[in-house]
Design a protein around this ligand. Structure first.
Ligand code: CTP
Length: 441
């Protein structure tokens, strides 16, 4: 059953009441023209996957390689992947006016260098232009993002640190490096970020910062209510929707705290995650976070409750595993209700803007509206629980006090982006903190 049939299954409505159907915004990298610069490090082999992933994210990719990079990976790989000729030489005859360094940067929205070696960073920091890639960097009029990749001692060397600082001062965005095992056999900082983390940084770069300066607290995933040390009650929520919303908020510039039940998802970049198990733990952690933000005078602007919180817990958890006593008897479990985290946040004296989710199995809009009123919140996202739990896509109905907006079935990432844009428009105007009298003096 889809959202539309749920709606038509609700009470009779006039066409004027019908939910408004809206289109989803394009993903952030859609149509962006990226020049991918590849310099000569062993991580160059990962740049092939990166080129592919950038294309999957909707970007068009032109590859420029240094001569050293061609010793690690061939131009043919990039040419086959991107369907575009790979340029390695500033005297390349295929560029009509003979000025590859001007031509390529004029047609780009972003120049991304991955991997960026210590040598390349040193050249960029000093404005050297002795090959096509470095000349392109100097002659560009688009932003430059680099993903450093080198041995840990090279990364930690004062000269490289100095060059990294200089590049940041010059407005270059440095992403990474990561820490971990290195090709040289050592372990430490200097590994290039994985292609998916670089794509995430690129998507964040192209996302308008509609939540800049905002603090958002999000719950996600299921909760687990113990019966005894080895058994418990949970649900089929995977956390994918909550994590997609956390990622979309971070991309939009918010400071994001994610309070997550037990899931197997990596934490989205730039998000601060606290893992919890039970509903009570999630309740206490959410309020502790909100209290902490209140106490330093930076209250949370928005609370988004995406978690599928267990409504009940077992009233007395057995300290030892409950054993079978004979072949027929079954244990009797007593339940008590868990606190409603969302409703309790909405009742706080200085409540943030509260957004709830409703996991329903029928009468989506009717049940959603009842929940919106019962929880005392301004915005609720209704979805069919068993048609979204564990999946990568979803279909949602946005309900406020007046209107219903139906979003079509789409990936959770696409829906999260649309939702976050919508929430950003609804947030009360940002309060600009007034400096304390002492600071003014
Ligand atoms: N929620 C919560 N704490 C709870 C239960 C729910 O914060 N103890 C939040 C969910 O994160 C969601 C919203 O309340 O944002 C609605 O959750 P849902 O499970 O759909 O509804 P319930 O309030 O539990 O009501 P019911 O199970 O009767 O549908």
């Amino acid at each position: 059953m889809n959202i539309q049939s749920q709606i038509s299954g609700d009470a009779e409505r006039s066409s004027a009441d019908a939910p408004q159907n809206v289109c989803l915004p394009a993903a952030p990298a859609t149509g962006q023209r990226i020049v991918l610069g590849v310099s000569g490090g062993v991580a160059a082999y990962k740049a092939a996957e990166l080129a592919r992933s950038l294309q999957r994210a909707g970007a068009t990719v032109r590859v420029v390689m240094t001569e050293a990079a061609t010793h690690f990976v061939g131009t043919a790989s990039f040419q086959a992947l991107t369907g575009e000729p790979v340029i390695t030489d500033q005297w390349d005859q295929r560029i009509a006016n003979g000025m590859a360094h001007i031509e390529l940067s004029r047609a780009a929205d972003l120049l991304l260098i991955a991997p960026a070696t210590a040598d390349l960073m040193a050249k960029l920091a000093h404005g050297l232009a002795d090959d096509l890639l470095t000349t392109l960097c100097l002659a560009r009029d688009c932003p430059l993002m680099i993903a450093p990749a080198m041995n840990r001692q090279m990364w930690e060397h004062p000269a490289t640190r100095r060059n990294a600082r200089q590049l940041r001062d010059d407005g270059v965005e440095l992403i990474g490096p990561d820490s971990g095992d290195q090709a040289c056999g050592e372990t430490g900082p200097g590994r290039m970020l994985e292609p998916e983390a670089i794509v995430e940084a690129v998507c964040a770069f192209f996302t308008p910062k509609r939540l800049a300066g905002r603090r958002v607290v999000i719950t996600a995933g299921p909760t687990y209510e113990a019966i005894d040390p080895v058994r418990g009650i949970t649900n089929r929520s995977s956390g994918k929707m909550g994590y997609a919303i956390a990622r979309a908020c971070a991309r939009a510039g918010a400071a994001v705290s994610l309070i997550s039940g037990p899931v197997s998802l990596p934490c989205p970049p730039g998000v601060q995650r606290t893992s919890v198990i039970s509903a009570l733990e999630m309740h206490d952690t959410v309020h502790r976070h909100l209290d902490a933000l209140d106490s330093v005078g930076t209250p949370s602007d928005c609370f988004i409750a995406v978690a599928a919180v267990a409504d009940w817990r077992v009233s007395s958890v057995s300290e030892q595993k409950i054993k079978k006593t004979d072949d027929t008897s079954v244990p009797t479990l007593q339940f008590i209700q868990n606190p409603d985290i969302l409703a309790s946040v909405a009742r706080r004296p200085k409540a943030p803007y509260c957004v709830g989710f409703a996991a329903e199995s029928e009468a989506l809009e009717h049940n959603g509206r009842e929940k919106l009123a019962r929880k005392g919140i301004p915005l609720l996202i209704a979805n069919i629980g068993h048609e979204t739990f564990g999946r990568d896509d979803n279909q949602i109905l946005i309900l406020d006090g007046e209107r219903s907006i139906a979003l079509p079935r789409a990936s959770k990432d696409a829906l999260a982006q649309a939702l976050v844009e919508d929430i950003a428009r609804r947030l009360p105007a940002h309060a600009i903190p007034t400096p304390s009298p002492r600071l003014q003096a």
